[in-house]
Design a protein around this ligand. Structure first.
Ligand SMILES: NC(=O)c1ccc[n+]([C@@H]2O[C@H](COP(=O)([O-])OP(=O)(O)OC[C@H]3O[C@@H](n4cnc5c(N)ncnc54)[C@H](OP(=O)(O)O)[C@@H]3O)[C@@H](O)[C@H]2O)c1
Length: 138
């Protein structure tokens, strides 16, 4: 039986926040569609487990999106391992629940850094290096 052409074959996709939840599920969906993925998050053990289960089209690098150097290393890993970066899924994020009075200034700063500055700030933002158009999805 011929496999369906998804149009995603060999696309190189970096996904932040890939160690759980939506990011991990997105990684699996891209690999199932024929893409190559580079996973970024802070929990290395979870990334390693996921790479193992996804197979040869997956790599991982420990990434804290609030650190611009980590974001640059994520891009560099995609280029070094797979030749380019076509799509970035900027998925990493944290939620805070309950009253703002229940959270310290440091917790609020960390949430804003992760969800806003790291996602939208140019200095921290990994960028696609694609010759196929490239794109960033939040
Ligand atoms: N689930 C929902 O209903 C929902 C609704 C609206 C928006 N969202 C957004 O969708 C995204 C994923 O949600 P989810 O439900 O899949 O949450 P999740 O399971 O808690 O996953 C969040 C991911 O972000 C990573 N992360 C957190 N801080 C990070 C940092 N500083 N650097 C790198 N990675 C970081 C976590 O990995 P590590 O801890 O290993 O770093 C984890 O892999 C989040 O941005 C969330 O705000 C979710």
């Amino acid at each position: 039986m011929m496999s369906k052409d998804t149009g995603l074959t060999d696309l190189v996709v970096a996904i932040t926040g890939a160690s759980s939840g939506i990011g991990a599920a997105t990684a699996r969906a891209f690999v199932d569609a024929g893409a190559k993925v580079v996973l970024g998050a802070r929990r290395r053990d979870r990334l390693d487990e996921l790479v193992h289960s996804l197979g040869p089209h997956a790599r991982a690098i420990t990434t804290d999106v609030s650190d611009p150097d980590d974001c640059r290393r994520l891009v560099a890993t995609a280029v070094a391992e797979f030749g380019s970066l076509d799509v970035l899924v900027a998925n990493a994020g944290v939620g805070m629940y309950g009253s703002v009075l229940d959270h310290s200034d440091e917790e609020v700063r960390m949430m804003l850094d992760t969800n806003m500055r790291a996602r939208f700030g140019r200095s921290a933002q990994p960028y696609p290096t694609s010759s196929r158009g490239g794109g960033v999805t939040w």
